[in-house]
Write a protein that binds this ligand. Structure first.
Ligand code: NDP
Length: 277
């Protein structure tokens, strides 16, 4: 599996597994656990969840899925902005750890910018690190201005990733944030990389993927991962989808294919506010 290097030098899988809505349907339990484990077998060892997802149901399901192989996984969870005070972050993290059945998260993110001063959340992250409850911390849904505020508060050196919406139909970050993160050495974790499956129904993508003997998901994911500092975290609750997606990490797209994709899905031609899902 291709890797992306975090600021401290640690390498993580360039394709991970998202888990929004995982755990919501009891009938899907076995399939979801099988999908996550298939992903780990194939090297998609970074697993992304959040306290928000199903009010903790995603974390519980992930905890169940990785119970016997926690050490193989780079586990990511997120604190809601309205829990992100000094005390609130610590309690939210402890609750996440309990649901996940582990004593340490590999990466803990602020889910989106909120009203708690960033200094306070960063201090909470540092305390959690000192207590051995998280290894790295980062942010999510931060635009360039938010990243600059973070740097100004002294958190710029330690931020491990910025997780943002990025796929062929959501290219706004190519105007500024994507390069800003690369220049500052902050990996970008691309969420909803297949636009929650809506992208896979785009006729242009479907045709081009067919010509290249790829599936639409593989072409869309290989495109997201074409830059060396981008991690893609598709969610797939079906093991066959996981297997299909894992292959995308091995694909490198030609300049001609990239140009054809630019014709179908235009890059930004000016600054755009960061979109969120
Ligand atoms: P994705 O773009 O990952 O799309 C998920 C959907 O695509 C599912 O319905 C899945 O189906 C389907 N799918 C995946 N692979 C294939 C395939 N090969 N063929 C056909 N269908 C496929 O959307 P998400 O919004 O889930 O984003 C991924 C992850 O990013 C989330 O799960 C979450 O962890 C994170 N996220 C973070 C946010 C944030 O604010 N920080 C916001 C949104 C997401 P199936 O499940 O049936 O396999």
């Amino acid at each position: 599996m291709k890797t992306v290097t975090l600021p401290g030098g640690e390498k993580v899988s360039a394709m991970g597994q998202g888990t929004w809505y995982v755990g919501d349907d009891p009938a899907l339990r076995n399939q979801e656990i099988a999908a996550i484990n298939r992903g780990i077998d194939l090297g998609m060892t970074l697993i992304d969840t959040a306290e928000m997802y199903g009010d903790g149901r995603s974390e519980r399901r992930v905890g169940e899925a990785i119970a016997t192989r926690r050490d193989e996984v780079f586990l990511v969870s997120k604190v809601l902005p309205y829990h992100a005070s000094l005390k609130g972050t610590v309690s939210a993290c402890e609750a996440s750890l309990k649901r996940l059945g582990t004593d340490c998260l590999d990466l803990y993110l602020l889910h989106w910018p909120g009203s708690v001063p960033l200094e306070e959340t960063v201090e909470a992250f540092e305390r959690l690190q000192q207590a051995g409850k998280i290894r790295h911390w980062g942010v999510s849904n931060f635009d360039v201005e938010d990243m600059e505020t973070l740097v100004a508060t002294g958190g710029g050196d330690a931020v491990a990733v910025n997780q943002v919406l990025y796929n062929l139909t959501r290219r706004g970050i190519e105007w500024d944030l994507l390069d800003w993160c690369q220049e500052e050495g902050v990996p970008v974790m691309a969420y909803s990389p297949v636009e929650q499956a809506r992208l896979l129904r785009e006729a242009g993508l479907f045709r081009l993927a067919g010509d290249l003997d790829l599936t639409p998901a593989q072409l869309a994911l290989a495109w997201v991962m074409r830059r060396s500092h981008v991690i893609a975290i598709p969610k797939a609750a079906r093991p066959d989808h996981v297997e299909e997606n894992a292959k995308a990490a091995e694909i490198s797209l030609s300049e001609e294919t990239l140009a054809m994709l630019d014709r179908i899905f235009a890059p930004p031609n000016g600054p755009e506010a960061l979109e969120m899902l």
